[in-house]
Ligand binder design. Structure first.
Ligand SMILES: [Fe+2]
Ligand SMILES: [Fe+2]
Length: 324
């Protein structure tokens, strides 16, 4: 073999984990099939630790990818990203802690190893989103108080009820598959499209933020596809569990419906709307979706776009799992 270990495209990195070649989050999560048997610890060490993450600052973005000076100036654009990434850093932290129960209750070694790697991925995402707040000019001393200030209300309104729904499954009931369903279908399946939308929104306004989303999105493809295949394999071997799992999804969706998620997203989109107007020249012909210029979109339109993607993704995943 002639490839060197420092060459990012050495051919040793599978396509789905390669920052330059992997599909987008939505495409990848709907078209790829990965299993815990493939994505065990050995896979992660090669494909992710020495692949996706090679050369990324704090595991987030390449050193040469800038955070423009305007992102450090107080105003609606900076505030929109502060609120978004502070919230994400809390969500990823909560996901990390919840994953410890999937590691504990996993039925075999490959599955345990996969969820151990996902646990590390989520802890890293939390750190990366927090780290970008420093790029936005938040001081290290004020990092956690800033996160609390800009995202504390959303944490209490959205993430705490979600956690109250999810944690008892693993912690009190040792319900492994229930925990996987909640994480894959109700948490990552619902939120992943928002990450894709975020990457597209920030690509020119804050290239480092977009690259952070891109790298985290590559991990999400793996989490969604492997989580789905765990559920699929389980239901094939335990068809008697189908009804219980469907009821759990119904209860989860009801819970989501009662949370103020759309209000939260709309508030951030309104800040973004106000902030992007000052950069109309930079955004010029940049399209958020084929044929649609970002600068022409409205907060409601972007909210609807995210919700539509989310429904499409959930439908395709549920179909794959035999839960349609
Ligand atoms: Fe994550
Ligand atoms: Fe994830």
């Amino acid at each position: 073999m002639t490839a060197t270990t420092t060459d990012r495209n050495s051919g040793d990195i599978p396509v789905e984990a390669d920052l330059g070649r992997a599909p987008g989050l939505l495409d990848g999560a709907m078209s790829l099939e990965l299993t815990p048997q493939q994505c065990n610890l050995e896979y992660w060490l090669g494909a992710v630790a020495q692949g996706t993450l090679r050369g990324l600052v704090r595991g987030g973005h390449r050193a040469e990818t800038p955070t423009p000076a305007w992102m450090r100036e107080p105003g609606p654009l900076r505030q929109a990203l502060l609120e978004e990434f502070a919230f994400r850093s809390i969500a990823e932290e909560k996901a990390t802690r919840a994953l410890s129960y999937l590691v504990l209750n996993a039925p075999d070694v490959d599955t345990m190893e996969f969820f151990a790697t996902q646990l590390v991925d989520e802890a890293r995402h939390s750190a990366v989103f927090r780290g970008h707040l420093l790029d936005l000019g938040v001081s290290r001393d004020e990092l956690f108080s800033t996160i609390d200030g800009v995202a504390g209300a959303d944490r209490d309104g959205v993430l705490v009820p979600l956690e109250d729904f999810a944690l008892p499954l693993g912690r009190d009931d040792a319900d492994f598959i229930g925990g996987v369903v909640v994480l894959t279908v109700l948490v990552e399946g619902v939120l992943a499209p928002a990450a894709e939308l975020s990457e597209r929104k920030w690509r020119l306004l804050d290239p480092a933020a977009a690259e952070i989303e891109r790298a985290a999105g590559i991990d999400e493809i793996r989490h969604l596809t492997v989580g789905s295949s765990v559920v699929k394999q389980y239901l094939e071997s335990r068809p008697d569990e189908l009804l219980r799992v469907k009821e759990l999804i119904d209860r989860g969706r009801e819970m989501w419906g009662a949370l103020p998620v759309l209000e939260m997203i709309l508030r951030r989109e309104q800040l973004f709307q106000e902030g992007m107007q000052a950069h109309a020249e930079l955004l010029a012909d940049y399209e958020i979706a084929p044929g649609r210029r970002l600068i022409d979109t409205t907060p409601d339109e972007r909210l609807t776009l995210g919700v539509t993607w989310s429904l499409e993704m959930q439908e395709s995943r549920l179909d794959y799992m035999g839960l349609a």
